[in-house]
Design a protein around this ligand. Sequence first.
Ligand code: UFG
Length: 328
Amino acid sequence: MSKVLVTGGAGYIGSHVAKALLQQGYDIIIYDNMENGCESAIVGGTLVKADLADETSLSEVFSKAKVNAVIHFAGYSLVAESMAAPQEYYYNNVVNGLNLLKVMRRYNVKKFVFSSSAAVYGEPLKLPITEKHPTSPTNTYGETKLIFEKVLERYAGSYGLASVSLRYFNAAGADPEGQIGENHNPETHLIPLLLQRVLKGDRSEFSIFGDGYNTPDGTCIRDYVHVTDLARAHALALEALETPKKKFSVYNLGCGTGYSVLQVLKAVERVTGSNIPYKICAPRTGDPAVLVAGWEKIKCDLGWVPEFNDLDKIIATAWCWLKKSRRV
Ligand code: UFG
């Protein structure tokens, strides 16, 4: 079975993908500087604790192991932080990524799956958002993802690099076996924040960022996609790279159904059996009102269909893991 290098494989999505690949019999190396990664999220494979800026460490990995393909998660991913510290985002998400591609070229590794984001689209002009939608990111984070996609497209043409870029909508949930889950520090995402409050017994009011959006209840609508479904998509992308029809492809990963912040809060109340008091606060800068994915393309090309298309079930997996791990 081929050897896959997973950068950022100790992070939330990376660790779920690593687990899925191990279950399919892939041999994996996790390359992670552990800045945001978590030891307990590594369920197998070999860990190389190093930074992508460290070309010597990277070269060593490729020279020792016969790496067949790379899945690239490592990078920063917080929208607000990317606006406060753009330099860090350009360096980590673009320059360090270029470093990785440079070393891959040196060792003639030509298969690449990239962890991208719906943030590349910016404010939607038309819903659902398909891959043909114009890309106009409203924040530095989304821009770094778009820049790197453009690099991949150029490298496909000039160097024959075969790559697939997966644009996630709102990744959510946890491993249904309860082994790994979402463990950011600090946590900024809606579902884990709500669940953590319930677990802690925190009865203070939860802050909802704005209720003046053009949506039925006035709060923002998002498309939540289960992390195990995301993991399956990466495995399918890897398989497709064995005989790629195109050298560079982009795919949206979402369920095509939107839930408002209030609907998510109510779903968390149903799943946990707890009441969550809330207050409406000022809207968060750069939050689009509605983000819902068109995901026909990946269904047609790779046969991917989300198995978790029920919000309560998605939340239930996250709740199970959180209770078990008590990470609050
Ligand atoms: N929200 C609140 N209160 C909170 C936290 C979040 O009301 O305390 C709201 C947000 O304003 C947003 C929704 O809940 O409307 C979801 O917020 P998240 O932070 O969970 O997710 P985002 O939609 O902001 O971000 C996600 C990914 C990003 C990606 C973005 C674009 O985390 O990496 O989708 O698709 F860039």
